[in-house]
Design a protein around this ligand. Structure first.
Ligand code: CA
Length: 235
């Protein structure tokens, strides 16, 4: 069965170009141009990955990403945000709203294809019959759920993969580069600040129900350990 990709984009020429290229790669493609219809279409078609334009009539990509992330049945679907805005601040805003990845227009079709593949590749990784526990944090990989004590923690797909990497090796300091490579995949250019944005989101979700166990190692990266957010130099 072919995997489904949903394109939410009002520029017809671009949407058709992407649709053509994705179909050539064997994907089943759905296209929606109206922002206010996008979330309903995602819920109906349940794609494996969403390509979401930032600037849309009636509802912005940012609002759509937020809505998708608030709905239990579709909130784990990876979102690749398309943006004509090159500003770093806008990218961060997009990621904060719930996008997993972003591509700045104009982009090359092969680059976008690589990102679609990378976002799809990550999904099966999560299917494993086991769980990880660190202090009061429990990660159930079968159910794809995270708990802190008895509280269910809502995490986006990127935060889930980040936590999985950290919790598999408690105390180990991971560099931003290592996290980027493992969580986002090879052959993909993502700025290292992107890691910081997702770590911030992961922290915020986890810390709602307990102390901060994510340690920032200055100029290096991150680790999961009981020292938490107190800054320390790399070993
Ligand atoms: Ca547009």
């Amino acid at each position: 069965m072919s995997q489904k990709v949903m394109i939410i984009e009002d520029e017809e020429a671009l949407a058709l170009l992407l649709k053509y290229n994705l179909e050539k790669e064997g994907y089943e493609v759905f296209w929606e141009s109206r922002g206010n219809k996008a979330v309903a279409e995602v819920e109906k078609n349940l794609p494996a990955v969403i390509i979401l334009d930032w600037m849309l009539p009636e509802m912005s990509g940012i609002e759509i990403a937020r809505m998708i992330r608030s709905k239990p049945d579709i909130k784990t679907i990876p979102i690749i945000m398309l943006t004509a805005k090159g500003e770093e601040e806008d990218k961060v805003k997009g990621l904060t709203a719930g996008a997993d990845d972003y591509v700045t227009k104009p982009f090359s079709v092969p680059e976008l294809m690589a990102r679609v593949k990378a976002n799809l590749r990550r999904a099966p990784e999560l299917v494993a019959d086991k769980e990880f526990i660190f202090e009061d944090i429990r990660m159930d990989l079968t159910e794809k759920k995270v708990y802190r004590g008895n509280n269910f923690i809502h995490l986006g797909p990127t935060e889930f993969r980040l936590l999985k990497m950290l919790i598999e090796h408690p105390g180990k300091v991971f560099s931003r580069e290592k996290l980027l490579k493992t969580v986002w995949g090879d052959n993909i250019y993502v700025e290292s600040r992107t890691v910081d944005v997702h770590i911030r989101r992961l922290r915020k979700s986890l810390n709602e129900f307990g102390p901060d166990y994510i340690r920032t190692v200055r100029a290096t990266g991150y680790a999961l350990d009981k020292e938490g957010s107190s800054e320390a130099e790399a070993e």
